[in-house]
Write a protein that binds this ligand. Structure first.
Ligand SMILES: Cc1cc2nc3c(=O)[nH]c(=O)nc-3n(C[C@H](O)[C@H](O)[C@H](O)COP(=O)(O)OP(=O)(O)OC[C@H]3O[C@@H](n4cnc5c(N)ncnc54)[C@H](O)[C@@H]3O)c2cc1C
Length: 387
């Protein structure tokens, strides 16, 4: 086993680092959960794309650089190190993009991926429904095929950033007589189609981070179906594998949080109120972030040798979501009563964005499939236990 980077990988790292140093906005952008912040982030995506950094793993003709997964991990490390803006199109580039690579036609890839890489088209995920969250096979929103058009009726909910997104990738029941995960189809829907109503839902911090979406006789051309009719479950499971197993949350995100946590601890360790157990929690966070990184490199190597992400992506999802919670809880303990202050409060010196991060960390065990559901998958599919 050789854990050292090759000279080519090191040169790639320097190229990424130099470009980011020259281009990352000096002032942080506003949160993408506001209209203005969303527009700023879309602009940043266009800048990234001009440098051909929109999604480095895609082929050059589709807006990428043809990089392998190790280079992608290096890119991510440099990206978080440079504190570059979070990716507003993450549902597109990290979830739908790889799914299109596997299931999309040549026409769909050429039509969709370059505009996704440039941020011209931002994507939302439309899977959850009021009565189909953990139990996704209970989806009831319907798509009826008439000629070369699907007529969609129903409701989706909790769709992240759908308030300002341009397109939605959704799961719809195309066979009205089907049960459970049979008869579902993966369809791509332009959100400006007549008959669609998008209603914002406030997150824990009060901002409209997600939306519910109503479909009332919405016409969608059949060329927007991804994979075969009735094969939506299989396509969605590929997307879920990317979401939980590799792409959505790269290790660099947590390594950067761990680095900031060490910094916060160092700045506050002289405080008389600091519980001695906090030092252990900080160390544990740092080590866990490093372990997650090594484990992800191992997954990337396995995939590049033809392996697939399987049920073990569920262990991954539990690990990163619990790590994120633990790191933010430790930061709250270090900050004590100050942790409750917003960054612009007069007495807030040095609290940074820990409170916002802590609020968002609460959702980690819920989105991308709840951790209880991941534990069911591990029990049944990895450990072979009865349902
Ligand atoms: C920040 C955030 C962003 C999201 N973004 C999107 C998005 O973009 N698109 C989208 O489609 N959805 C999105 N979701 C929705 C998310 O996928 C669902 O919230 C999640 O799947 C859980 O579904 P539910 O909310 O209906 O809860 P329920 O399924 O009703 O679950 C309620 C509780 O019961 C537990 N439970 C349910 N079934 C079982 C079982 N069989 N065994 C053990 N425990 C069980 C769950 O773990 C949970 O604790 C997002 C959610 C959050 C929090």
């Amino acid at each position: 086993m050789d854990l050292a980077f090759t000279p080519q990988q090191q040169a790639f790292r320097i190229e990424v680092r130099d470009w980011l140093a020259a281009n990352v906005p000096a002032q942080p952008l506003q949160t993408f959960d506001t209209a203005e912040g969303f527009a700023q982030h879309r602009g940043w995506e266009a800048t990234l794309n001009e440098g051909r950094w929109g999604m480095v793993t895609w082929p050059e003709e589709l807006g990428g650089r043809g990089c392998d997964l190790i280079q992608w991990l290096i890119f991510e490390e440099e990206y978080y190190r440079a504190q570059a803006p979070l990716r507003v199109n993450q549902n597109g580039i990290f979830l739908l993009g790889p799914t299109l690579m596997e299931y999309g036609t040549a026409e769909q890839k050429a039509r969709i991926l370059p505009k996704m890489a440039s941020g011209e088209e931002v994507w939302a995920q439309g899977w959850s429904e009021p009565n189909a969250g953990s139990d996704m096979a209970a989806i009831r929103s319907k798509a009826e095929l008439r000629g070369d058009t699907y007529i969609i009726n129903g409701q989706k909910t909790w769709s992240t950033r759908a308030v300002w997104a341009d397109w939605l990738f959704g799961m719809f029941r195309t066979d009205p007589d089907s049960q459970r995960h049979h008869g579902l189809t993966f369809i791509l829907v332009p959100l400006d189609t007549p008959g669609i109503t998008v209603r914002p839902i406030p997150q824990l911090n009060g901002l409209p981070g997600f939306a519910e979406i109503f479909f009332d006789n919405v016409d969608v051309e059949v060329k927007n179906r991804l994979g075969d009719e009735g094969a939506g479950w299989q396509v969605a499971m590929a997307t879920a594998g990317f979401e939980r197993g590799l792409m959505l949350r790269s290790p660099a995100r947590f390594q950067e949080t761990a680095r900031r946590l060490v910094e916060l601890y160092t700045a506050n360790r002289a405080s008389a109120d600091l519980d001695p157990g906090i030092r252990d929690a900080v160390l544990r966070a740092y080590l866990d972030a490093e372990s997650y990184c090594l484990s992800t490199y191992q997954t990337a190597c396995r995939l590049s040798q033809g392996g697939k992400i399987g049920a073990e992506s569920s262990t991954n999802k539990i690990f990163w979501s619990e790590l994120d919670l633990a790191m933010h809880a430790t930061a709250m303990s270090i900050l004590g009563a100050r942790a409750e202050l917003l960054p612009h409060a007069p007495a807030a010196a040095g609290v940074g964005n820990w409170l916002d991060g802590w609020l968002f960390a609460q959702s980690g065990p819920i989105y991308a499939g709840t951790n209880e559901i991941q534990r069911n998958i591990i029990a049944e599919r990895m450990l072979g236990m009865p349902r």
